[in-house]
Design a protein around this ligand. Structure first.
Ligand code: XIL
Length: 301
Protein backbone atom coordinates (compact mmCIF):
# COMPACT_ATOMS: atom_id res chain seq x y z
CA UNK A 1 0.00 0.00 0.00
CA UNK A 2 1.04 3.59 -0.48
CA UNK A 3 0.11 5.15 2.86
CA UNK A 4 1.14 4.43 6.46
CA UNK A 5 -2.35 3.52 7.59
CA UNK A 6 -3.20 1.26 4.67
CA UNK A 7 0.17 -0.49 4.91
CA UNK A 8 -0.23 -1.07 8.64
CA UNK A 9 -3.78 -2.33 8.07
CA UNK A 10 -2.46 -5.01 5.74
CA UNK A 11 -1.01 -6.75 8.81
CA UNK A 12 -3.99 -5.94 11.04
CA UNK A 13 -2.34 -2.93 12.64
CA UNK A 14 -2.94 0.78 12.73
CA UNK A 15 -0.62 3.70 12.11
CA UNK A 16 -1.67 6.77 14.03
CA UNK A 17 -0.68 10.28 14.93
CA UNK A 18 -1.27 12.73 17.73
CA UNK A 19 -3.70 15.40 16.53
CA UNK A 20 -4.31 18.95 17.76
CA UNK A 21 -7.89 20.13 17.21
CA UNK A 22 -6.84 23.68 16.39
CA UNK A 23 -4.77 22.44 13.45
CA UNK A 24 -7.64 20.63 11.72
CA UNK A 25 -8.36 23.77 9.71
CA UNK A 26 -4.78 23.78 8.32
CA UNK A 27 -5.19 22.23 4.88
CA UNK A 28 -1.66 20.82 4.64
CA UNK A 29 -1.99 19.23 8.07
CA UNK A 30 -5.48 17.91 7.38
CA UNK A 31 -4.51 16.60 3.98
CA UNK A 32 -1.72 14.47 5.44
CA UNK A 33 -3.87 13.35 8.35
CA UNK A 34 -6.75 12.26 6.12
CA UNK A 35 -4.45 10.50 3.65
CA UNK A 36 -1.93 8.71 5.84
CA UNK A 37 -3.34 7.78 9.24
CA UNK A 38 -5.94 5.32 10.48
CA UNK A 39 -5.71 6.13 14.18
CA UNK A 40 -5.62 9.42 16.06
CA UNK A 41 -4.68 10.40 19.61
CA UNK A 42 -5.85 13.82 20.81
CA UNK A 43 -2.59 15.51 21.79
CA UNK A 44 -4.07 17.51 24.68
CA UNK A 45 -7.84 17.68 24.21
CA UNK A 46 -8.84 14.68 26.34
CA UNK A 47 -6.59 15.49 29.28
CA UNK A 48 -8.11 16.33 32.65
CA UNK A 49 -7.45 20.09 32.42
CA UNK A 50 -9.14 20.20 29.01
CA UNK A 51 -12.16 18.02 29.75
CA UNK A 52 -13.00 19.16 33.30
CA UNK A 53 -11.59 22.67 33.71
CA UNK A 54 -14.05 23.33 36.54
CA UNK A 55 -15.01 20.48 38.83
CA UNK A 56 -18.15 18.78 37.58
CA UNK A 57 -18.34 20.91 34.40
CA UNK A 58 -17.17 18.96 31.41
CA UNK A 59 -15.93 20.47 28.20
CA UNK A 60 -15.67 18.21 25.18
CA UNK A 61 -15.79 20.57 22.20
CA UNK A 62 -12.19 20.19 21.02
CA UNK A 63 -11.96 16.48 21.71
CA UNK A 64 -15.29 15.94 19.97
CA UNK A 65 -13.89 17.66 16.86
CA UNK A 66 -11.05 15.16 16.73
CA UNK A 67 -13.38 12.20 17.29
CA UNK A 68 -15.64 13.48 14.50
CA UNK A 69 -12.68 13.79 12.12
CA UNK A 70 -11.55 10.29 13.06
CA UNK A 71 -14.98 8.93 12.27
CA UNK A 72 -15.11 10.75 8.93
CA UNK A 73 -11.80 9.25 7.81
CA UNK A 74 -12.40 5.80 9.30
CA UNK A 75 -9.66 6.13 11.92
CA UNK A 76 -9.64 4.61 15.40
CA UNK A 77 -9.27 6.86 18.42
CA UNK A 78 -6.78 6.33 21.19
CA UNK A 79 -8.15 8.21 24.21
CA UNK A 80 -5.43 10.00 26.14
CA UNK A 81 -5.38 10.18 29.14
CA UNK A 82 -7.93 9.64 31.91
CA UNK A 83 -5.70 9.78 35.00
CA UNK A 84 -2.28 11.45 35.04
CA UNK A 85 -0.25 13.53 37.47
CA UNK A 86 0.35 16.17 34.79
CA UNK A 87 -2.02 18.60 33.04
CA UNK A 88 -4.52 18.43 35.87
CA UNK A 89 -6.88 21.38 36.31
CA UNK A 90 -5.94 23.70 39.17
CA UNK A 91 -8.88 22.55 41.28
CA UNK A 92 -7.67 18.93 41.17
CA UNK A 93 -4.09 19.91 41.92
CA UNK A 94 -5.27 21.38 45.18
CA UNK A 95 -7.22 18.28 46.29
CA UNK A 96 -5.91 15.28 48.22
CA UNK A 97 -6.99 12.10 49.92
CA UNK A 98 -10.49 10.70 49.47
CA UNK A 99 -11.74 13.91 47.90
CA UNK A 100 -9.14 13.67 45.13
CA UNK A 101 -9.64 9.91 44.73
CA UNK A 102 -13.38 10.39 44.23
CA UNK A 103 -12.87 13.34 41.89
CA UNK A 104 -10.48 11.25 39.79
CA UNK A 105 -12.88 8.30 39.66
CA UNK A 106 -15.77 10.57 38.73
CA UNK A 107 -13.61 12.09 35.99
CA UNK A 108 -12.75 8.66 34.60
CA UNK A 109 -16.40 7.62 34.68
CA UNK A 110 -17.75 10.79 33.09
CA UNK A 111 -15.22 11.05 30.28
CA UNK A 112 -15.27 7.35 29.44
CA UNK A 113 -19.08 7.47 29.44
CA UNK A 114 -19.18 10.51 27.15
CA UNK A 115 -17.00 8.66 24.61
CA UNK A 116 -18.51 5.23 25.17
CA UNK A 117 -18.34 3.15 22.00
CA UNK A 118 -16.09 5.65 20.18
CA UNK A 119 -12.71 4.84 21.67
CA UNK A 120 -10.65 1.90 20.51
CA UNK A 121 -8.19 2.16 23.42
CA UNK A 122 -7.93 4.41 26.45
CA UNK A 123 -4.71 5.40 28.13
CA UNK A 124 -6.41 4.98 31.50
CA UNK A 125 -3.32 5.82 33.51
CA UNK A 126 -0.28 7.67 32.17
CA UNK A 127 3.24 7.90 33.62
CA UNK A 128 2.63 6.53 37.14
CA UNK A 129 6.12 5.12 37.73
CA UNK A 130 9.31 6.87 38.79
CA UNK A 131 12.37 7.20 36.57
CA UNK A 132 15.66 5.70 37.66
CA UNK A 133 16.48 2.53 39.50
CA UNK A 134 13.92 2.56 42.33
CA UNK A 135 11.13 0.71 40.53
CA UNK A 136 8.78 2.78 42.69
CA UNK A 137 5.63 4.61 41.84
CA UNK A 138 6.08 8.26 40.96
CA UNK A 139 5.16 10.52 43.84
CA UNK A 140 2.04 12.50 42.90
CA UNK A 141 -1.18 13.69 44.44
CA UNK A 142 -2.90 10.64 42.90
CA UNK A 143 -0.30 8.22 44.28
CA UNK A 144 -0.73 9.76 47.73
CA UNK A 145 -4.42 8.74 47.66
CA UNK A 146 -3.23 5.13 48.00
CA UNK A 147 -1.36 2.57 45.93
CA UNK A 148 -4.60 1.11 44.57
CA UNK A 149 -5.47 4.29 42.64
CA UNK A 150 -4.36 2.72 39.35
CA UNK A 151 -6.54 -0.35 39.62
CA UNK A 152 -9.45 1.77 40.83
CA UNK A 153 -9.10 3.91 37.68
CA UNK A 154 -9.02 0.82 35.44
CA UNK A 155 -12.13 -0.65 37.09
CA UNK A 156 -14.01 2.62 36.69
CA UNK A 157 -13.03 2.84 33.03
CA UNK A 158 -14.14 -0.73 32.35
CA UNK A 159 -17.50 -0.13 34.03
CA UNK A 160 -18.08 3.03 31.97
CA UNK A 161 -17.05 1.68 28.55
CA UNK A 162 -16.76 -2.10 28.54
CA UNK A 163 -15.82 -2.24 24.84
CA UNK A 164 -12.79 0.05 25.03
CA UNK A 165 -9.40 -1.54 25.47
CA UNK A 166 -7.76 -0.21 28.60
CA UNK A 167 -4.06 0.63 28.51
CA UNK A 168 -1.30 1.69 30.86
CA UNK A 169 1.06 4.14 29.10
CA UNK A 170 4.54 5.35 30.09
CA UNK A 171 7.96 6.59 28.86
CA UNK A 172 11.46 5.28 29.60
CA UNK A 173 9.87 1.85 29.68
CA UNK A 174 10.81 1.07 26.07
CA UNK A 175 13.72 -1.18 27.03
CA UNK A 176 14.15 -3.53 29.96
CA UNK A 177 15.08 -1.49 33.02
CA UNK A 178 13.97 -0.94 36.61
CA UNK A 179 11.02 1.21 35.51
CA UNK A 180 9.71 -1.20 32.88
CA UNK A 181 10.29 -4.10 35.31
CA UNK A 182 8.01 -2.33 37.78
CA UNK A 183 5.31 -1.81 35.14
CA UNK A 184 5.72 -5.44 34.13
CA UNK A 185 5.17 -6.56 37.72
CA UNK A 186 2.05 -4.39 37.95
CA UNK A 187 0.57 -5.85 34.76
CA UNK A 188 1.36 -9.36 35.95
CA UNK A 189 -0.33 -8.61 39.28
CA UNK A 190 -3.39 -7.07 37.55
CA UNK A 191 -3.71 -10.12 35.31
CA UNK A 192 -3.43 -12.51 38.26
CA UNK A 193 -6.06 -10.64 40.28
CA UNK A 194 -8.48 -9.92 37.44
CA UNK A 195 -7.97 -6.15 37.37
CA UNK A 196 -9.06 -5.12 33.86
CA UNK A 197 -6.08 -4.22 31.66
CA UNK A 198 -5.80 -4.95 27.94
CA UNK A 199 -2.74 -3.12 26.68
CA UNK A 200 0.47 -1.34 27.51
CA UNK A 201 1.67 1.72 25.61
CA UNK A 202 5.33 2.56 25.16
CA UNK A 203 5.70 6.26 24.42
CA UNK A 204 9.04 5.91 22.66
CA UNK A 205 10.35 9.47 22.69
CA UNK A 206 13.89 8.87 21.50
CA UNK A 207 16.94 11.10 21.20
CA UNK A 208 20.71 10.70 21.27
CA UNK A 209 20.82 10.54 25.07
CA UNK A 210 18.05 7.95 25.08
CA UNK A 211 18.14 6.11 21.76
CA UNK A 212 16.05 3.18 20.60
CA UNK A 213 17.01 0.45 23.10
CA UNK A 214 18.63 -2.68 21.66
CA UNK A 215 16.13 -4.81 23.58
CA UNK A 216 13.07 -2.83 22.43
CA UNK A 217 11.51 -5.80 20.63
CA UNK A 218 12.31 -8.18 23.50
CA UNK A 219 10.70 -5.77 25.94
CA UNK A 220 7.53 -5.43 23.84
CA UNK A 221 7.45 -9.21 23.55
CA UNK A 222 7.74 -9.89 27.27
CA UNK A 223 4.76 -7.64 27.96
CA UNK A 224 2.79 -9.29 25.13
CA UNK A 225 3.58 -12.64 26.75
CA UNK A 226 1.64 -11.49 29.82
CA UNK A 227 -1.51 -11.49 27.68
CA UNK A 228 -1.85 -7.81 26.79
CA UNK A 229 -1.58 -6.00 23.50
CA UNK A 230 1.28 -3.55 23.18
CA UNK A 231 1.50 -0.34 21.20
CA UNK A 232 4.10 2.28 20.37
CA UNK A 233 2.11 5.33 21.40
CA UNK A 234 4.07 8.59 21.03
CA UNK A 235 6.95 7.83 18.71
CA UNK A 236 9.35 10.62 17.81
CA UNK A 237 13.07 10.32 17.19
CA UNK A 238 15.41 13.30 17.12
CA UNK A 239 17.92 13.45 14.31
CA UNK A 240 17.76 13.67 10.55
CA UNK A 241 18.57 11.93 7.31
CA UNK A 242 19.61 8.29 7.06
CA UNK A 243 20.39 7.81 10.76
CA UNK A 244 16.91 8.97 11.75
CA UNK A 245 15.31 6.93 8.98
CA UNK A 246 17.13 3.82 10.19
CA UNK A 247 15.90 4.37 13.74
CA UNK A 248 12.29 4.80 12.59
CA UNK A 249 12.64 1.65 10.49
CA UNK A 250 14.03 -0.27 13.46
CA UNK A 251 11.18 0.87 15.72
CA UNK A 252 8.64 -0.19 13.10
CA UNK A 253 10.37 -3.55 12.61
CA UNK A 254 10.33 -4.19 16.36
CA UNK A 255 6.55 -3.73 16.46
CA UNK A 256 5.94 -5.86 13.37
CA UNK A 257 8.00 -8.66 14.91
CA UNK A 258 5.65 -8.83 17.90
CA UNK A 259 2.29 -10.33 17.01
CA UNK A 260 0.50 -8.44 19.76
CA UNK A 261 2.08 -5.10 18.83
CA UNK A 262 -0.96 -3.86 16.96
CA UNK A 263 -0.34 -0.16 16.49
CA UNK A 264 2.21 2.60 16.13
CA UNK A 265 1.42 6.27 16.80
CA UNK A 266 3.79 9.12 16.01
CA UNK A 267 3.52 12.18 18.25
CA UNK A 268 2.64 14.69 15.57
CA UNK A 269 2.61 15.00 11.79
CA UNK A 270 5.18 17.58 10.64
CA UNK A 271 8.42 18.46 12.41
CA UNK A 272 6.82 21.84 13.10
CA UNK A 273 3.95 20.10 14.93
CA UNK A 274 6.26 18.42 17.44
CA UNK A 275 5.95 19.13 21.16
CA UNK A 276 9.71 18.99 21.40
CA UNK A 277 11.47 22.29 21.93
CA UNK A 278 13.88 21.72 19.07
CA UNK A 279 14.83 19.26 16.40
CA UNK A 280 13.13 17.46 13.56
CA UNK A 281 11.72 14.30 15.15
CA UNK A 282 8.80 13.38 12.90
CA UNK A 283 8.04 11.86 9.46
CA UNK A 284 7.08 15.01 7.52
CA UNK A 285 9.06 18.24 7.27
CA UNK A 286 7.63 21.61 8.17
CA UNK A 287 6.18 21.99 4.69
CA UNK A 288 4.49 18.60 4.83
CA UNK A 289 6.96 16.81 2.56
CA UNK A 290 7.73 13.15 3.25
CA UNK A 291 11.14 12.72 4.86
CA UNK A 292 13.54 9.80 4.48
CA UNK A 293 12.14 8.56 7.79
CA UNK A 294 8.67 8.36 6.22
CA UNK A 295 9.89 6.26 3.30
CA UNK A 296 11.85 4.00 5.66
CA UNK A 297 8.76 3.33 7.77
CA UNK A 298 6.57 2.72 4.74
CA UNK A 299 9.14 0.29 3.34
CA UNK A 300 9.09 -1.75 6.56
CA UNK A 301 5.28 -1.78 6.99
C1 XIL B 1 2.52 16.82 25.39
C2 XIL B 1 1.89 17.60 24.25
O1 XIL B 1 2.44 17.14 23.03
C3 XIL B 1 2.16 19.08 24.42
O2 XIL B 1 1.43 19.84 23.47
C4 XIL B 1 1.77 19.52 25.84
O3 XIL B 1 2.15 20.87 26.02
C5 XIL B 1 2.43 18.65 26.88
O4 XIL B 1 2.09 17.29 26.64
N1 XIL B 1 3.89 12.29 27.27
C6 XIL B 1 2.53 12.26 27.08
C7 XIL B 1 1.88 13.33 26.26
O5 XIL B 1 1.86 11.32 27.50
O6 XIL B 1 0.60 13.64 26.72
C8 XIL B 1 2.73 14.57 26.21
O7 XIL B 1 2.13 15.46 25.28
C9 XIL B 1 4.15 14.25 25.81
C10 XIL B 1 4.79 13.33 26.82
Amino acid sequence: ATTLGASAAASGRYFGTAVAAYKLSDSTYSGILNREFNSVTPENEMKWDATEPTQGQFSYTSADQIVARARSIGAKVRGHALAWHSQQPGWAQSLSGTTLRNAMLNHVTQVATHYKGQIDSWDVVNEAFADGSSGARRDSNLQRTGNDWIEAAFRAARAADPAAKLCYNDYNTDGQNAKSNAVYAMVQDFKSRGVPIDCVGFQSHFNSASPLPSDYQANLQRFANLGVDVQITELDIEGSGTAQANSFAAATRACLAVTRCNGITVWGIRDSDSWRASGTPLLFDGSGNKKAAYTAVLDVL
